[in-house]
Design a protein around this ligand. Structure first.
Ligand code: UDX
Length: 477
């Protein structure tokens, strides 16, 4: 133990959703690559899902074994959320996340106490996802430096940070069908209430008190963080970040899912088994395939699925569509319309899960019909792929605004409130062919250049990360 004397040690606890796991794992590798020791903690049920997805028994899955082989000091462990493993957390979101908000903090507290006691010579610090309800409380109790990772755009962070201001102006909660201008949030360009994060809407607040409580608790806690890391790039959100910097030290270090010079890392982080689409894609002309996915969390209705399904067919465009098990809000597992897959034939590939970055990087991909989760949005832009946007909830409506209105890298799928197969087909057809597609691709390529440059040695994110490590080291010693 004594050889650890004075070595900085990150205790990192991941949020159990794919869109949070992916950047968090990469951040752990990057911190470890700077010579720090890391303990990475997954929820126990996530660990079991990884074992299932990789077809191996649970003791064989250690997502960091390769990293350790290449010399990184990174341990991997799990923590229980208090539910039995078989409890369906997706179908019972409110019950699950409610418990994570209210009862999980005591489990974290005990875990942190034991970790510190097991090696008191290390200089422990905490790295937690901003959406948790406990980081500042735990950090204060154990006198730990507190690093918070925000996995969505800085714009969304700023809106959530300024809830009081939105409330004063009558926009929190905001009315569902009335669109008003929001032009008073520091560092945020004028925007419509239509583009606020979904939990700010009246209807959403009626649906899920848990989401609202989660937002309040998280943003009460994050004000006390010592350092805030953002999965974005300075050049894309400079004004917003510079205002946030006045409150706390903020570092834009993204896009985290594309960090360079990490040890060879082949163990997939996916919670579902990935289908390999390479051969199918390679049989298609460049730019001809539309990739369709709504991420890991969104639930939808059978009717919505049907309209999109027949819209895709009517468009006559080749497509890969990720239809995740459990995507229907009804819980029904029979997702596709009867006989649909026979009608599709070689026009499309319907799969349960993909290696998304590999798919988006394939030259055959010409567009991405997306829910605009922040990871998907950034991954698409990293590959220069323009988007057809179909946001559902959380930050997705706000991310849509960045993509369509600010960066001009895509279009909206629907102009009205409901999705209709004819409109879907027309939008897809015109988006994937001709001058419009070329223009959107050019704009996407401009953002791509910014993202790629940010991670070069002299790029803004790489420099910000180095500065963060310097500031962190000074603070923990
Ligand atoms: C959630 C929220 O829904 C989203 O709004 C928020 O920005 C992040 O947390 P999720 O819905 O999963 O995330 O969307 P997204 O952020 O796009 O993350 C999905 C991740 O899963 C991406 O990194 C993507 O590469 C990966 N993925 C998705 C796959 O690897 N294969 C797939 O088939 C689909």
């Amino acid at each position: 133990m004594a050889e650890n004397r004075g070595k900085p040690h990150a205790i990192m606890i991941s949020v159990p959703y794919q869109g949070h796991i992916n950047p968090f794992v990469n951040l752990a590798l990057k911190i470890a690559s700077k010579g720090f020791s890391v303990t990475f903690v997954h929820f126990e049920f996530v660990h079991h899902r990884l074992s299932k997805a990789h077809h191996c028994n649970k003791t064989q899955v250690d997502i960091f074994s390769e990293a350790r082989e290449s010399g990184l000091d990174i341990r991997y462990t799990t923590i229980s959320d208090g539910f039995p493993l078989e409890f369906n957390r997706d179908a019972n979101y409110d019950e699950f996340w409610g418990k994570v908000l209210r009862e999980f903090p005591a489990r974290v507290d005990e875990f942190v106490r034991k970790t510190i006691e097991s090696d008191p010579y290390l200089l422990h610090f905490l790295v937690a996802d901003t959406v948790f309800s406990w980081p500042a409380t735990v950090a204060e109790k154990y006198n730990l430096v507190n690093v918070s990772l925000w996995t969505e755009p800085a714009l969304v962070f700023s809106l959530a940070y300024h809830l009081d201001l939105l409330r004063e102006n009558g926009h929190f909660p905001c009315k569902d069908n009335i669109h008003e201008e929001v032009n008073y949030v520091p560092g945020v360009k004028s925007m419509s209430t239509r583009d606020l994060i979904s939990v700010m809407r009246e209807s959403e607040q009626r649906n899920s008190y848990t989401m609202l409580e989660s937002l309040f608790l998280a943003f009460e806690q994050v004000r006390k963080a010592d350092f805030l890391l953002h999965n974005t790039v300075h050049e894309l959100e400079a004004e917003t970040l510079s205002i946030l910097n006045k409150y706390q030290p903020n570092y834009a270090i993204g896009p985290i899912n594309f960090f360079k010079n990490l040890p060879t890392y082949t163990v997939s982080k996916s919670l579902w088994s990935e289908s390999d689409c390479t051969e199918w894609l390679e049989s298609k002309p460049p730019g001809s395939v539309l990739y369709v996915s709504f991420g890991s969390f969104v639930h939808t209705s059978r009717q919505e699925i049907e309209e999109i399904a027949y819209g895709l067919l009517l468009s006559e465009v080749h497509f890969i569509w990720v239809v995740r098990e459990g995507i229907l809000s009804s819980g029904d597992t029979n997702t596709m319309p009867d006989g649909y897959e026979d009608e599709v034939k070689d026009k499309g590939l319907i799969i349960p899960w993909s290696n998304q970055i590999r798919v988006l990087s394939n030259p055959a991909i010409g567009g991405f019909l997306t829910h605009n989760g922040w990871n998907s949005t950034i991954e698409s832009l990293w590959c220069g792929v323009p988007m057809i946007c179909y946001p559902f909830l959380f930050d997705q409506p706000t991310n849509r605004k960045l993509v369509v209105d600010d960066w001009k890298c895509g279009i909206n799928l629907c102009d009205g409130t409901s999705v209709d197969r004819k409109e879907v087909a027309e939008k897809i057809k015109s988006f994937m062919s001709g001058a419009a597609s070329k223009r959107f691709r050019q704009e996407a390529n401009k953002v791509k250049t910014i993202l790629h440059h940010a991670l070069e040695v002299d790029g803004s994110s790489e420099k910000n990360f180095d500065q963060f490590i310097k500031d962190l080291t000074e603070k923990i010693h």
